[in-house]
Write a protein that binds this ligand. Structure first.
Ligand code: FAD
Length: 393
């Protein structure tokens, strides 16, 4: 069996090469860290070269050339803001597409907490896509289903990482019925890594985890990066060291897809008609617009994107912004990719040879802060945090 890519830094696992193969002889197979890579069955391959020509990295990252319009936005419906990651811009755009009898593609955790792509034709099904999942989602079936709906004349909204959106746009050859929405992207750990985390967390809390929120909001947890495990007995764990472990390893930057560290979309040149993000640092640049429930940063990158924004803006509170304001806070992935953890290679080797628990203890150990927090208790710590937050806006 041959490989399609040169090295792991030059393959994001988007699956476009497999989708365009006329002989369907390319399979995406997970490596030992759980990231999918294309493998060609040489006994069937006719050497047509379509796979290499389709590659979104090898052939240069494609993006809209117009200068984006920047906005700070919040959905007017505050229940939607509370159930979204930032200000609910995804719901506003997808509501518009659904109202046109369109179809929305997004990422969700299935009943076994596997991160997968799916599509929705109703608001109820679309709601499963709300909430960021900081993990790589399998693109199985994505290209085929997008093609079916576009051919049937339906409008299609595809949301996803910049690389996934870029691959879909290339696959659909910028079909007029296709609208794409990417996000400013930190990078993604593998699905295997997330599943290993869930197994470890379940073994530590001795209960089944039925849901995981990568960005949990509630009356006492406002817009921040707090994760939560919902246990089988209904308990919400959004405070313990274990509940925040996945996040702490995400920020350690040792477990992202190797191609994320050189990603060509960590800048204002965007592959989607619209780009969504958290408006980090809004309290510094627009204090009167800041909202502890969350605010989205929106980049409108194409004429299609501008038409949609005009159509949905009555659902939103919004303010014009610009690149300097948008990057005044912690929005570094609009400027550059993450640097790999200085001990990246060590982490990879440890993960393959010794597993999740060993890496977690070594790279995101329990600290004195976690111990102090557990002694003080959840309510006191949250009260202090919310006072400090209120003082900043
Ligand atoms: C892996 C990842 C990294 C991100 N990194 C940053 C960052 O560095 N800086 C920043 O400002 N914002 C980042 N975001 C975007 C941010 O978390 C919010 O998605 C964004 O603010 C939109 O908010 P909303 O309230 O409209 O979204 P929501 O209503 O919460 O909608 C979430 C949308 O994201 C899609 N989605 C969620 N998870 C995935 C996934 N794993 N793969 C593909 N699509 C997915 C859903 O399908 C849906 O369209 C990231 C998101 C993800 C998933």
């Amino acid at each position: 069996m041959d490989i399609v890519y040169e090295n792991k830094q030059s393959c994001c696992g988007c699956g476009l090469c497999a989708a365009v193969c006329p002989k369907k002889c390319i399979q995406l197979i997970d490596d030992k860290t759980g990231f999918p890579y294309p493998v060609i069955d040489q006994t069937v391959c006719i050497d047509c070269g379509k796979c290499g020509k389709s590659c979104i990295i090898k052939n240069g990252y494609e993006y809209f050339t117009e200068t984006p319009d920047f906005y700070a936005v919040k959905h007017k419906n505050k229940d939607i803001v509370m159930s979204s990651t930032s200000g609910g811009i995804f719901t506003a755009v997808s509501d518009y597409i659904l109202a046109q009898d369109g179809v929305v593609f997004g990422a969700m955790l299935d009943e076994n907490l596997n991160p997968v792509y799916s599509y929705a034709e109703t608001q109820k099904d679309r709601d499963r896509f709300r909430g960021s999942k900081y993990v790589k989602c399998s693109s199985a079936g994505l290209f085929e289903n997008v093609e079916i709906f576009l051919k049937s004349g339906r409008k299609v909204l595809v949301t996803g990482t910049p690389c996934q959106v870029s691959a879909v746009r290339k696959f659909a050859k910028d079909h007029p019925g296709l609208l794409t929405m990417d996000f400013i992207c930190h990078g993604t750990p593998s699905a295997k890594f997330f599943k290993d985390y869930i197994c470890y967390a379940q073994s530590r809390c001795r209960k089944k985890i039925v849901r995981h929120h990568f960005r949990y909001k509630s009356s006492d947890v406002m817009w921040s990066h707090t994760e939560a495990n919902i246990l089988a007995d209904g308990t919400v764990d959004s405070f313990s060291y274990i509940s925040q472990l996945c996040k702490n390893l995400f920020y350690a930057n040792a477990n992202l897809n190797p191609s994320c560290y050189t990603c060509g979309y960590t800048n204002p040149r965007r592959p989607g008609d619209i780009t969504m993000a958290d408006y980090w640092g809004i309290e510094m640049v627009m204090p009167d617009f800041a909202d502890k429930r969350g605010t989205s940063l929106l980049l409108v990158n194409s004429s299609k994107g501008r038409d949609i924004f005009e159509a949905i803006k009555s659902e939103l509170e919004y303010k014009s912004s610009n690149l300097a304001e948008a990057t005044a806070g912690h929005q570094k992935h609009l400027l550059k990719p993450n640097d790999p953890n200085p001990r990246y290679a060590e982490f990879q080797q440890d993960y393959i040879e010794r597993g999740f628990e060993y890496c977690a203890k070594k790279f995101a150990p329990l600290t004195w802060k976690d111990v102090v927090k557990s002694v003080l208790g959840e309510t006191i710590v949250r009260r202090i945090k919310s006072r400090l937050y209120r003082a900043t806006i």
